[in-house]
Design a binder for this molecule. Structure first.
Ligand code: RP5
Length: 155
């Protein structure tokens, strides 16, 4: 497996979620964390979605991030098909501006957790993924520690 193998697998339910994806990948790139992104929907492409998720761990992915709006089943469906940790990002679109997606993603049944970040908060999904990866990777941990120290510079 090459050093550039993705460590984070990102899925979104639609290409229209791309602005949130850009927030995620911007942070991951800042930590030199390789990722891959696919549009796969829990509702529109359920079989391809499940197939991708079942294969993710075997190709070296350590954390999954799911982004979805409206009746946002995607992060929960990802969690149903893998033992990898799953982070969910509620999309901020639609008539309820993401409160529907937030409740869909955060209210998982016991035993199948999804770590849910704020509505549209792709950056925090990426930071949380970085924390998880830092547990087993000293170079990521040192870059994360430097970032956190830098936050204090603006105090
Ligand atoms: C969800 O429905 C997607 O994640 C997106 O946030 C929302 C709207 O999708 P489009 O109608 O823009 O494709 O599945």
């Amino acid at each position: 497996m090459s050093d550039n193998s993705p460590l984070v697998g990102i899925l979104s339910g639609s290409a229209s979620d791309k602005p949130i994806i850009d927030k995620i990948t911007g942070v991951l790139d800042s930590f030199d964390i390789p990722w891959e992104y696919n549009v796969l929907s829990a509702h529109r492409t359920p079989n391809r979605c499940a197939e991708y998720v079942k294969g993710a761990e075997g190709k070296g992915i350590k954390v999954m991030i799911g982004v979805a709006g409206l009746a946002a089943a995607l992060p929960g469906v990802i969690a149903a098909h893998t033992l990898l940790p799953v982070i969910g990002v509620p999309g901020d679109g639609g008539p309820m501006q993401g409160s529907d997606a937030l409740h869909s993603i955060v209210q998982m049944p016991p035993g199948i957790p999804v770590a849910t970040v704020g509505i549209g908060n792709g950056r925090n999904a990426a930071y949380l993924a970085t924390h998880i990866l830092a547990l087993g990777d000293e170079s990521i941990r040192s870059r994360l520690a430097a970032y956190r120290e830098g936050l204090g510079d603006s105090e």
